[in-house]
Design a protein around this ligand. Structure first.
Ligand code: NAD
Length: 232
C-alpha cells in the first residue's frame, strides 16, 4: 500500500535552469556548457581517466563561479515556503544556492561542488569552499581527490530518500530542468496522482504525465506560484 499524502508537504525538484539567472550556465541551453566542452571529456569516468587535469580545471572553474553566485528570487521564494510548509528540495544542481537562500532540507542527487572526494573511497569527503583540487592532492588513504559530482554512468546519490519524499508530497514544483538526465528525472514518476504538480522551465522535451507546464523564467514565475500557496 502507498503511504498517505501529507497535505503540508511540498517537494521542489530543481535543475540548472533555476541557477541560470544567478549567472551559472546550464548544460544544454544554446549558451550552455556543452557548447564549450564535450560532455564525455568532463563528465564521465572515461574523461577523468583520460585527462584528470582537464576535468579538475573544469570543476575548479565551476566551483569558483558557484561560490561567488548569489541566490535569485526563485531560490529565495522556495526558502520562504518553509514559513508554512514542510519543504524538501531535491536538486540536480551541484551549486549550493538553495542553501544560501535559506532552504534547510536540500537533497543533492548529483553531488556538490564544494566537496572533494577520494577517488578510492566514496565515503571520504573533504570541504573545499571555493578552493581548487590539483593533481597530487590526495585523500588520507593516498588516492587522488576528485570532484564530488555524479558523472554520466555513475550512480545517483540519495535516490531512495528523494523517492520517499516525493511519494508523500501533496505539491510538487519542478523548476529549470530539461528532465533529460536519468534516473534523476524518473523520480518525478513517483509523484502522486492527487498531488498538485507544476513544471516551470523554458524548454522541455517531454512533459511527465499529470504535470502542468508553465513555460517561462524561474524568477518570473516561481515567486507568484509560491505566494499563492502561502496565501491560501
Ligand atoms: P539542463 O542544462 O539539461 O537543462 C536546463 C533547463 O533549464 C532547460 O530546460 C532550460 O530550458 C531551463 N532554463 C534555462 N534558463 C532558465 C530560467 N531562467 N528559468 C527557468 N528555466 C530555465 O540541466 P538539468 O536538467 O539540471 O540537468 C543536467 C545536469 O546539469 C544536472 O545533473 C546538474 O548536475 C548539472 N548542472 C548543474 C549546474 C548547477 O549546479 N548550477 C549547472 C549546469 C549543469
Amino acid at each position: 500500500m502507498k503511504p498517505e499524502i501529507d497535505k503540508n508537504k511540498i517537494v521542489i525538484f530543481s535543475g540548472a535552469g533555476i541557477s541560470a539567472e544567478s549567472g551559472l550556465q546550464t548544460f544544454r541551453d544554446s549558451d550552455g556548457l556543452w557548447n564549450e566542452h564535450a560532455v564525455e571529456d568532463v563528465a564521465t569516468p572515461e574523461g577523468w581517466s583520460a585527462d584528470p587535469k582537464l576535468v579538475l580545471n573544469f570543476y575548479n572553474e565551476r566551483r569558483i563561479q558557484a561560490f561567488q553566485a548569489s541566490p535569485n528570487a526563485a531560490h529565495k521564494a522556495i526558502a520562504k515556503l518553509e514559513e508554512k510548509f514542510e519543504v524538501v528540495v531535491i536538486t540536480q544542481n551541484i551549486d549550493d544556492l538553495h542553501e544560501k537562500a535559506g532552504s534547510t532540507n536540500v537533497v543533492h542527487v548529483h553531488g556538490q561542488l564544494k566537496f572533494a572526494r577520494s577517488s578510492l573511497d566514496d565515503r571520504l569527503l573533504y570541504p573545499l569552499e571555493d578552493k581548487p583540487i590539483h593533481i597530487g592532492d590526495v585523500c588520507e588513504k593516498g588516492s587522488q581527490l576528485r570532484p564530488h559530482v555524479v558523472w554520466f554512468g555513475e550512480q545517483i546519490h540519495n535516490y531512495e530518500i528523494a523517492r520517499d519524499h516525493i511519494i508523500t508530497a501533496s505539491r510538487v514544483l519542478v523548476v529549470g530542468t530539461s528532465l533529460s538526465v536519468f534516473p534523476a528525472a524518473g523520480i518525478l514518476k513517483k509523484a502522486r496522482f492527487h498531488a498538485e504538480k507544476i513544471i516551470v522551465t523554458l524548454n522541455l522535451e517531454k512533459k511527465p504525465h499529470g504535470f502542468k507546464l508553465l513555460r517561462g523564467k524561474a524568477t518570473a514565475l516561481v515567486p507568484s506560484i509560491i505566494n499563492n500557496w502561502l496565501n491560501v
